[in-house]
Write a protein that binds this ligand. Structure first.
Ligand code: MRU
Length: 349
């Protein structure tokens, strides 16, 4: 096991505001093709979120903020258009609360400047969207600094889905913790769950970590228990799409099973997420809306039909891990150990 060749390139631009429009790396095509999509309207941004050209809770938040900004840029009657723009973006994906957080932030800013000339409003909304992106990178670096100390040296970190640079504006939440631990000089390696059905682990986490020279082993989701029992996994680190007030965590489908297996095998289970992923309006994870995605993601693997025709399919994109399985939530502000309603309320203040 070695991380000595880690280079931490960090050159992936997930999303950028450019004069041509909102440019995103196309995450449906990675790792086979590195291509970029330019969204020139808010409707195109909404489509990119819905079709997972951009995905991952913080990245979805940045895209939504830029979607509002590009909508404003092309509107001649913002008072009438703003609610439509926000509603269109809000209807894309229901689980990641960062989407709604970012839209609210843009709405609040608009409300405070609505009396100003249209040109000034547009400029301010564009600047705010760029700020959401820049802040996200800084937040992830802080999450990394707080989480790195928790990662045991000389062991393997298991992660699920992709909570990396691609899922954020840069650096990543769970992968940010791993990157920061490597930067501290820890000799760690990573086991990446492939993450059926959309394969964010196999396609995106494996690609990101390999580019950084961080030793990574790809496993299928049903191997996680085997390796958690083996003693080589020092901790699990995952991201989150929404964390309820009591510390229940919604994250990519399969996370709950990993958390239960981690507890059974006395392996710490860490959730790395920005404070914008906390939803204190929901008392428990039972209230988190879970996105149901197309059956084609289950019946097909990379376009190849693997199931019988007309088979019934369930495809919840997320599950909820009850707080009792969460060893700690790592945020940009601090580490909340054994999260409770009380500790999270204080944390969010
Ligand atoms: O469906 P996705 O790919 O958007 O789901 C992503 C996840 O579940 C991530 O773990 C989560 O959004 C955190 S990303 C820092």
């Amino acid at each position: 096991m070695s991380s000595s060749s880690a280079v931490l390139t960090q050159t992936i631009e997930t999303i950028e505001w450019t004069p041509a429009g909102v440019v995103m790396i196309d995450q449906t095509r990675l790792p086979r093709e590195t291509t970029f999509v330019t969204c020139r309207t808010y409707v195109e941004v909404a489509d990119a979120i819905r079709h997972m050209i951009i995905r991952g809770a913080p990245a979805i938040g940045v895209a939504a903020a830029m979607g509002v900004a590009i909508g404003a840029l092309h509107s001649e009657n913002l008072a009438a258009d703003m609610p439509v723009i926000c509603e269109t973006l809000a209807k894309t994906r229901p689980t990641a609360v960062n989407l709604f957080w970012a839209i609210d932030r843009m709405k609040k800013l608009y409300a405070s400047i609505a009396h100003e000339p249209l040109g000034v409003i547009r400029e301010k909304l564009i600047t705010e969207a760029q700020k959401v992106r820049e802040e996200d990178i800084a937040i992830n670096q802080a999450i990394g600094r707080h989480g790195a100390d928790l990662v045991p040296d000389g062991k393997t970190v298991l992660t699920h889905c992709n909570a990396g640079a691609l899922a954020t504006a840069g650096f990543g939440t769970a992968l940010g913790v791993i990157r920061a631990a490597v930067l501290q000089g820890k000799k760690i390696d990573v086991f990446a769950d492939e993450t059926r059905p959309f394969l964010q682990g196999a396609r995106l986490t494996a690609w990101e970590l390999q580019r950084d020279g961080i030793e990574t082993t790809l496993i299928t989701d049903n191997m996680a228990g085997h390796f958690l029992k083996s003693g080589r996994i020092g901790c699990v680190v995952v991201g989150a799409d929404r964390i309820a007030a009591n510390g229940d965590v919604a994250n990519k489908i399969g996370t709950y099973g990993v958390a239960v297996l981690a507890k059974e095998n006395n392996v710490p289970f860490y959730v790395a997420a920005p404070i914008s992923t906390l939803d204190l309006t929901l008392s428990s994870g039972d209230l988190i809306p879970i996105e149901e995605r197309s059956a084609l993601e289950v019946t097909h693997v990379q376009g190849v039909h693997v199931a019988p025709d007309d088979i019934k399919v369930a495809n919840p994109a997320f599950d909820v891990t009850p707080n009792r399985y969460v060893t700690a939530i790592i945020t940009e502000r601090c580490v909340a150990r054994t999260p409770t309603t009380e500790s999270l309320k204080t944390l969010a203040l």
